[in-house]
Design a protein around this ligand. Sequence first.
Ligand code: C2E
Ligand code: MG
Ligand code: MG
Ligand code: MG
Length: 291
Amino acid sequence: HADIAMYEAKKSGRKIVFFDDVMGVSFRERIGMERRLADSLARESGLSLAYQPKVDMSSGEVLGFEALCRWKDGEEDRSPELFIPAAEETGLIVDLGRWVMEKACRRGALWLKEGLRVPLAVNISAKQVQQDDFVLMVDRILEETGFPPELLELELTESTLMKDLDRSCSMLESLKELGVSLAIDDFGTGYSSLAYMARFDVDILKIDRSFMPGKEAPPLNEAIVKSVVALADARGLRVIAEGVETEEQRDLLLRIGCVSAQGFLYSRPVPEEAVADLFSRGFGSLQPSLR
Ligand code: C2E
Ligand code: MG
Ligand code: MG
Ligand code: MG
């Protein structure tokens, strides 16, 4: 419809600059970026994965890593907040997402050969799960790379799952049969009721970082996190807090009973070279008094 808008604008002789909803990038810039991203993927240059540890805050143990896509657009590092939505819109995310999963599983299989059983999570977009062969693709990647399914976690968002409920339920079931773990990412941000979401047959709820309690955060956040933890307990799910940046947040989360976390307090996403060391070393025992 951007084309139609452009045509209308030309016809009426007005000069209009087009902006879309992705961080104020103009239409023209966006098209160029999408083309270069497709090109990067085709040539497998400029793309990489960064890995952010998930930590047991009571012991400092590293539980696993989330693989996050990185793109160097020429000299510029582009944020996934910018290029992932662009890839979703063009449909390139289907190929890009496959590349990410393959890359992570291949890397994970190599770590395994070196004696490290590193659980890895990858993000999955709605467009990917809408493909009829999505489950087959996951299965094929696991088989080709030899990465054990029980070490792979797929992060799906609420909106992805809400798009087609029946389809989502049967897809989650098939994925479960493969032996992978399933997480709901950015939990709490999808405009769907918490109780409703917790009924999906998943293993993990990742509490969105906008709910992290803190000095400037709304006091309600603590109550929200508490209720998610209670919900997860009742359903036998694991919870993990995203975006833990301060010691105050860590202490509060531990008091609430949310032990697992991911956040800058522990580590930013790191290059793959740093994973093995971080995984074996962990963060030490941090707050024995809180246990
Ligand atoms: P996400 O899946 O919720 O990933 C967590 C994001 O939060 C990452 O941003 C991470 O760097 C950031 N983060 C972690 N801890 C903290 C913290 O303490 N404070 C703050 N302020 N941020 C923190 P990143 O890597 O920029 O990725 C942004 C989003 O892009 C991801 O959010 C995910 O939705 C998407 N994304 C990244 N890689 C992929 C991918 O391979 N496939 C898909 N479909 N989406 C991806
Ligand atoms: Mg994620
Ligand atoms: Mg998230
Ligand atoms: Mg998020």
